[in-house]
Design a protein around this ligand. Structure first.
Ligand code: TXA
Ligand code: MG
Length: 323
């Protein structure tokens, strides 16, 4: 059910759960300081109890009310990139109200989202919002209100329609618990290159480690992700296929699909390697479209999406879909 922003504020205030737009993907939000509200998110998403929820704030001042310290480099990065698709793992204060949201962990992933609707709602409520992606655990993250409705519509108290998400893949998560080192825990459109550029500008030297599959730190990395119902298998070349019929779909870049255009099978383009921002923006809609084709299996013909941060984020997500 689509609801207006005023109603979303009322529902969240009394402990309900509402899907809200962000610039990356839609989030399923609840008052992060209310254990009862946060538990509803775990139930609606069927989320494993050990998988903590990312929390959304409207400013660095609000973040500071909940975390123990923010290292100097993180203050600079927040200042330069936020509101925006960059999230920060920081140590919580003792006896924090956010402990249900963090599944008992002593640190919290903090994010200041860019979408004006979400920011306006957090500002009005004056509490952080726990908001993991608004999909059933393991399924595709939604990038518009209809995708949320199709997946979780009957299990939640409402959806605020804020249009299509402009980024299309989830925020970059960086570990900021160590004042002398940054680790990228989940790649996103802001990557090592962009982080280094800003830190250099501010004369800050901190090593940045790309350790994107750290399931020790980020429990979500160990669970299956972004899965259409149709099985998706990874292939490196068409030689790996025995039968090429119209009961299969090959998904890949425009460039790779050009090499298979004479084959008798379905094809679904993820876009061109020359515009990976657009590929990211459309990625989850394309993955969802696989199921609409009603084929028995999809093959992802592997593509090199390049070395830009957005290209690496696309590659990371596709790596979780097709093996
Ligand atoms: O762009 C995004 O980050 C979106 C939008 C809605 O803000 N949110 C999102 O949330 O992607 P979610 O829950 O789908 O992914 C967050 C990841 C999960 O893998 C989770 O395990 C990890 O962050 N995470 C959250 N809180 C954590 C914590 N306290 N410690 C370690 N990992 C945490
Ligand atoms: Mg998610």
């Amino acid at each position: 059910m689509f609801i207006p922003i005023e109603e979303a504020v009322v529902v969240l205030k009394r402990g309900g759960i509402v899907a809200l737009p962000t610039e990356t993907v839609y989030g399923l939000a609840a008052d992060a300081t209310s254990a009862g509200a946060v538990k509803k998110i775990f139930v609606a998403k069927n989320r494993p109890a050990d998988n903590p929820l990312i929390c959304h704030f409207y400013s660095i001042e609000q973040v500071k009310q909940y975390v123990e310290t923010v290292p100097a480099y993180a203050v600079v990065l927040i200042d330069e990139f936020c509101p925006g698709p960059l999230s920060f793992l920081l140590p919580l204060k003792n006896d924090s109200l956010l402990l249900t949201a963090t599944a008992g962990k002593s640190s919290v992933v903090c994010r200041i989202p860019q979408h004006w609707l979400m920011l306006a709602i957090i500002t009005q409520l004056n509490v952080p919002l726990a908001a993991p992606s608004a999909n059933t655990s393991g399924k595709i993250s939604p990038v518009n209100a209809q995708m949320v409705e199709d997946d979780l519509g009957k299990k939640i108290d409402g959806i605020v329609d804020g249009g299509e998400c402009v980024v299309g893949v989830e925020s970059t998560i960086i570990d900021c618990r160590n004042p002398d080192q940054i680790s990228i825990l989940r790649p996103g459109v802001i990557g090592k290159t962009e982080l280094e550029e800003v830190l250099t500008k501010h004369h800050i030297t901190v090593p940045i480690i790309e350790s994107a599959n750290e399931s020790q730190v980020v429990p979500g990395n160990k669970y299956p992700h972004y899965s259409p119902t149709t099985p998706v298998k990874l292939i490196h070349s068409l030689d790996e296929l025995k039968d090429i019929t119209d009961d299969i779909v090959i998904i890949s870049s425009d460039e790779k699909l050009n090499t298979v255009k004479d084959f008798n099978c379905r094809k679904l383009s993820l876009g061109s390697i020359t515009d990976t921002e657009l590929v990211a923006q459309n990625l989850y809609k394309n993955l969802k479209a696989i199921d609409d084709l009603k084929v028995s299996v999809a093959y992802y013909l592997e593509t090199d999406w390049g070395q830009t941060s957005v290209g690496k984020a696309v590659e990371n997500r596709l790596g979780k879909v097709a093996h």
